[in-house]
Design a protein around this ligand. Structure first.
Ligand code: TIU
Length: 222
């Protein structure tokens, strides 16, 4: 039985076989979305990311209703021993990692702030991928999981658009995965970076992939 859906998108529609499709939700963690975490420590207005929560939840629910779609949640963070922090330590402004924040040590695995916000909390059956970098493929078993499940297409949501979402999409594109980025289910602390990052995905004939709205995707899945 084929379960192919066609989704209107920029720069053109995409047809995805849902048995070969994964939803990947990037870093919807308290450390990025709530006050006192990593995002705020970098000087950002974390409230800006909240726009993405409802669309992200709607996409997650729509994909949960499709038995065929593999669901993956990522979390950016480091081991409590801080042995997997590398380039962050080199930065003068990123050196808050591991320091005490409102939700425990900032961006450290197992701390409250490192966890995913309740609105899109993973189910037991869903994959949770801990990553030490911006991209979801670097130093993780994501590619192994996707190849083992015959995944060819990725529906991508999460934060922030120009950092971890973009890095993941670029890594995925080079590995031959077709990415569909859900514009309103992604967000940035910096509005113009969100807009530019989204356009960079679909410009030049879809140089990194395609872009659709949550509404366009959800309608196609109904
Ligand atoms: N700083 C920023 O915009 N983002 C990150 O550090 N990580 C993610 O995007 N998840």
């Amino acid at each position: 039985m084929t379960s192919t859906v066609t989704i209107p998108a920029k720069p053109g529609p995409v047809s995805f076989d849902l048995t070969k499709t994964a939803l990947i939700i990037i870093d919807m963690q308290k450390d990025f979305l709530e006050k006192g975490g990593f995002g705020e420590s970098l000087g950002n207005d974390v409230g800006k990311l909240f726009k993405a929560v409802a669309p992200c939840k709607a996409v997650l629910d729509a994909c949960r209703n499709q038995d065929d779609v593999l669901i993956i949640h990522t979390r950016e963070g480091h081991r409590p021993q801080e042995v997997c922090i590398s380039k962050h330590k080199l930065s003068q402004t990123n050196n808050c990692i591991g320091k005490a924040g409102a939700f425990g040590r900032i961006l450290i695995r197992g701390e409250k702030g490192h966890d995913i916000i309740p609105q899109v909390y993973p189910l037991e059956s869903e994959v949770v991928l801990d990553k030490p970098g911006k991209g979801s493929f670097f130093a993780t078993d994501l590619e192994l999981i996707l190849r083992a499940q015959n995944i060819e297409n990725l529906i991508v949501c999460g934060v922030t658009t120009e950092v971890c979402v973009h890095t993941t999409v670029r890594e995925a594109n080079d590995r031959g995965f077709h990415c569909l980025v859900i514009e309103d289910a992604c967000a940035s602390y910096i509005d113009e970076f969100h807009a530019a990052a989204i356009k960079m995905v679909w410009a030049q004939g879809g140089i990194f992939g395609n872009v659709a709205s949550s509404e366009e995707l959800i309608k196609a899945l109904q």
